[in-house]
Write a protein of this length. Structure first.
Length: 210
């Protein structure tokens, strides 16, 4: 009859293998980083400065953690592709949200077209749009990113799309027709590159500590 061997009293418990420590961090980098960056990109679509700053700070923390967990070389790739993904995913989410939940005002009128000095000193157009439907009397300003151009003149009738939640800035109808196909392909390519760098870095870490 055999007897089970017991560890002597006071002996340290056996150390966990590298595989058990490898999986949680790998799952976080590969499955947690993209949604976290998407959330930061969504925050950046808010017109308020506080939400934008919060999104930037959280995104930097997420990318810094991913860099550390993947190592220097692969982590640099994660940071670069992750930052690029952040820049594109925010506008894509905004386009999708405005298409799905945006309220259309079909008979808005441009009352004024002016310009402001943007980055680099370039003069950029801004349109003042007055609503004539149930929100009669309300006016909003639309920049060139929202569809305003110098070709517009006061009195032009346009369709304004408004976010009922107030998170996204109003825009003209031609800027609220959904996510452009090129944007979807760009996001798919950036996400693939991000995940490839993350998984490669984590596999190198596992082999190094095996």
């Amino acid at each position: 009859m055999t007897t089970a061997h017991t560890a002597p009293a006071g002996a340290a418990p056996p150390a966990r293998g590298p595989g058990r420590r490898w999986w949680p961090a790998t799952l976080w980098v590969t499955l947690g980083t993209p949604p976290a960056l998407a959330g930061c990109g969504w925050l950046g679509q808010d017109a308020g400065l506080l939400a934008t700053l919060l999104g930037v700070v959280v995104a930097l923390l997420v990318l810094a953690v991913a860099w550390i967990l993947c190592g220097a070389k692969a982590g640099a790739g994660v940071a670069v592709f992750g930052f690029a993904f952040l820049l594109f995913v925010g506008p894509a989410l905004g386009d999708y949200a405005m298409q799905e939940r945006g309220v259309r005002h079909d008979d808005a009128v441009i009352t004024e077209v002016s310009t402001y000095r943007g980055k680099g000193g370039e003069r950029r157009p801004v349109c003042t749009v007055a609503l004539t439907d149930t929100d009669r009397g309300r006016t909003v300003e639309i920049g060139d990113t929202g569809g305003c151009t110098r070709d517009f003149t006061p009195g032009t009738h346009v369709t304004l799309v408004d976010d009922p939640e107030g998170h996204l800035a109003p825009r003209l109808a031609d800027k609220a027709d959904g996510v452009a196909p090129y944007l979807l392909w760009t996001l798919a390519a950036l996400l693939t590159a991000l995940e490839t760098c993350a998984l490669y870095g984590r596999l190198r870490r596992r082999r190094r500590h095996a």
